[in-house]
Ligand binder design. Structure first.
Ligand code: NAG
Ligand code: NAG
Ligand code: NAG
Ligand code: NAG
Length: 217
């Protein structure tokens, strides 16, 4: 499903897709017991410059007033910093590169306690010929946890539309068939003959026209 969404975004924003990085917002509704990807993408503005990037993820539960670090990631080196998440966080971002742009993580088994605000803090060091330049980007994702998956309105509406369309088209098709059948049944051989003479009339007319044109030349 994610790849479809990405493809759709690519089609609508071809230019940014060619740059290789699109900052897609994270989904915000997690379902208890399922996995949930907290998406965080921070595109490098200067595509050609080499960069070294690491990310820290923070979490603030509803009751807490401060963010606490839960996860750290640097090339191929994940580190879960909070015991509430031990064994439950997987890396879901750019792989095998120091130059991270997708720094998403995945919670493997969502519980109600995972509800709250997440922050990804990206620290990127751009390497220029004779100096380094350090930038940090922070993004916030508000996650709600629901006991069961809610279907989104768009998918419900499109399903209803589909059924309505099928019913309407079927009725139309049947009506059209009945109409045509009646018309054919009502028409006798006379019509066939009539049509034949019409056809002949037209062809002789065109013949005349052709002769007329030739005569003018
Ligand atoms: C990186 O690898 C992990 C584990 O194999 C995978 O879940 C994740 O989707 C990969 N990331 C990307 C951006 O493909
Ligand atoms: C998910 O968490 C629940 C509650 O903590 C636990 O009972 C269950 O075994 C866990 N499932 C997996 C696949 O880890
Ligand atoms: C990024 O990380 C480097 C190295 O740890 C540190 O010196 C720098 O202050 C960090 N930058 C920001 C903006 O946090
Ligand atoms: C980046 O780091 C500076 C200090 O190093 C800080 O003042 C600023 O708020 C940070 N920006 C973000 C988006 O976190």
């Amino acid at each position: 499903m994610d790849s479809w969404l990405l493809m759709l975004l690519c089609l609508t924003a071809v230019s940014s897709c060619w740059a290789g990085c699109v900052e897609v917002e994270s989904e915000t509704e997690a379902v208890v017991g399922r996995e949930f990807k907290i998406r965080c993408i921070s595109c490098k503005k200067r595509g050609e410059t080499k960069a070294i990037t690491f990310v820290e993820w923070f979490f603030r539960a509803k009751a807490d007033d401060a963010f606490r670090v839960i996860y750290y990631y640097q090339k191929d080196a994940p580190d879960i910093k909070d015991e509430r998440y031990s064994g439950r966080l997987l890396w879901s971002g750019s792989n095998h590169t120091e130059d991270l742009q997708d720094v998403s993580i995945q919670i493997t088994n969502v519980t109600e306690e995972d509800e709250g605000e997440y922050m990804c803090k990206v620290n990127r060091t751009l390497e220029f010929e004779n100096h380094y330049y350090n930038i940090n980007v922070s993004k916030f994702v508000q996650v709600t946890v629901v006991p069961k998956a809610n279907r989104d309105v768009a998918s419900i509406v499109s399903e209803i539309m589909m059924y309505v369309l099928i019913v309407v088209l079927t009725i139309w098709l049947v009506a059209e068939m009945v109409y045509c059948y009646r018309k054919i049944a009502a028409a006798g051989e006379e019509t066939v003959l009539e049509n034949a003479s019409d056809y002949l009339a037209i062809t002789s007319e065109t013949k005349d026209n052709c002769l007329g044109v030739q005569a003018q030349e």
